[in-house]
Design a protein around this ligand. Structure first.
Ligand SMILES: *Cc1c(COP(=O)(O)O)cnc(C)c1O
Length: 419
């Protein structure tokens, strides 16, 4: 089931703080993250797998790279899945040691590979070409390989990554020759990795992927390479709708670890959950600026658009919405919740029943922690918004809102055009 929130005097609360107070103190739009929930989500997923075998959780930080959020996960003992040098450096800044970070880039430059390996971060290779390039940049380092398992899963075709012919990973028929070549090149080959996609809600594709990985592990063993870990990637979905079922991570963990322990000598499972850990920790609070009856449709115009949260516009994703300042009130009519961006595709929610929204009301957008702020943009010259963390009844600013002026600081007007 989707996460539920408490109300106090008709006002939605998060982490023991009133959403109305947060909006007043920090302005809107604002992302609000519940620290306690973040810790709980980490412990849930780690606990589900570590009951059965040695487990490493590598939080896929592209979902959300706020430094305060990374600090919480560093304290919890998490590792990191990073996909760029920017993410690697951000996680080092947040206190992760290089050995807790694995870098899984795709189509990355020699320069980036050098920077990553110079920092002591392990590379998970995506192609034969990348392996050959790395051999001359950082010979003999620890590596693993991302393979294309031929199994895809995800909430949208745009985030399905493991299917045959995908741009990601070593094609199945080249995997064994690639491991043999890596050994010849003198790399220290540690593991095997696959990531089937993001937001899958069923266990089966993960089992199908694991079957493929296990067969490969045993063929790779015949080359004289004993792998230390199997990395099953991320992609565990979460319920975005009120009545939607959760994936049973206990069952997922039991099935996958069973397969590994029965059929291989591999001792460690690695997972890279992003969405699962961060999604429901965070709501987006946005103020109603305008209401409009357009005849065939009624609109609630808020101050967050696809510049703030792009998932509805980009993936047709569902995010639950509620009026935070009249929480749980009886609903009157159906509305589209739309933003301030000058495009028809700019929306937060379609056809939602809400209790007679008025100018000045506060809309809470649920499950905004994953791929929310991290995909935000400055489109329409709207500054990036603030982020707040709540814990035990206290709210802390964890990112100041940008200013319009900051958008000009890197721009240069040639002399001949100056004012
Ligand atoms: C995006 C990504 C993940 C995380 O996906 P979620 O759906 O957020 O769990 C994990 N591993 C890799 C390599 C990724 O690119």
């Amino acid at each position: 089931m989707m996460r539920e929130f408490e109300a106090k005097d008709g006002i939605m609360q998060i982490g023991g703080v009133s959403t109305v107070d947060i909006a007043e103190e920090f302005g809107t739009p604002v992302y609000v993250t519940d620290e306690q929930r973040l810790r709980e989500n980490y412990r849930n997923i780690y606990g589900a797998f570590s009951r059965f075998m040695d487990t490493r959780i590598h939080y896929a930080c592209k979902a959300n790279t706020n430094l305060a959020i990374l600090r919480v996960l560093e304290q919890e003992g998490s590792g990191i899945d990073a996909v760029s040098i920017g993410e690697v450096k951000t996680c080092l800044k947040a206190g992760f040691s290089p050995d807790r970070i694995m870098y899984t880039g795709v189509n990355v430059s020699d320069r980036e590979l050098k920077e990553v390996t110079d920092l002591g971060v392990m590379v998970n290779l995506d192609s034969v070409c990348e392996m050959e390039r790395l051999a001359s940049i950082a010979p003999g380092v620890d590596v693993s390989f991302r393979i294309t398992p031929g199994v895809g899963s995800g909430h949208s075709a745009k985030v399905t990554t493991g299917n045959k012919g995908a741009k990601f990973g070593i094609p199945l028929d080249q995997v064994i020759s690639t491991y043999a070549r890596a050994k010849d090149l003198g790399f220290n080959v540690k593991g095997i990795h696959a990531h089937i996609g993001s937001g899958g809600q069923v266990v089966e594709p993960f089992m199908d992927m694991m079957e493929v990985l296990i067969e490969l592990v045993n063929e790779i063993k015949n080359l004289g390479i004993d792998l230390e870990f199997i990395d099953m990637g991320g992609g565990i979905g979460v319920p975005y709708r009120p009545q939607e079922e959760e994936m049973d991570v206990g069952e997922l963990a039991m099935n996958l670890t069973d397969m590994i322990q029965e059929e291989t000598d591999v001792k460690t499972i690695v997972l890279e959950p992003g969405r699962y850990i961060i999604c429901d920790t965070t709501i987006l609070l946005t103020r109603v600026n305008d209401v409009k009856d357009a005849g065939v449709k009624k609109y609630v115009g808020v101050d967050a658009g696809f510049n703030t949260l792009i998932r509805p516009a980009m993936y047709d994703s569902y995010h639950h919405v509620a009026l935070a300042n009249r929480f749980g009130k009886a609903c009157t009519d159906k509305y589209d919740v739309v933003g301030p961006i000058c495009e028809s595709g700019d929306y937060i929610a379609h056809d939602r029943v809400l209790p007679d929204p008025q100018v000045g009301d506060l809309v809470a957008v649920y499950d905004a922690g994953a791929y929310g702020f991290s995909m935000a943009s400055r489109y329409n010259s709207r500054p990036l918004c603030a982020e707040v963390m709540v814990c035990d009844g206290k709210a802390d600013l964890i990112r100041e809102a940008e200013t319009v002026e900051e958008q000009w600081t890197r721009q240069v007007i040639p002399e001949r055009l100056r004012l």
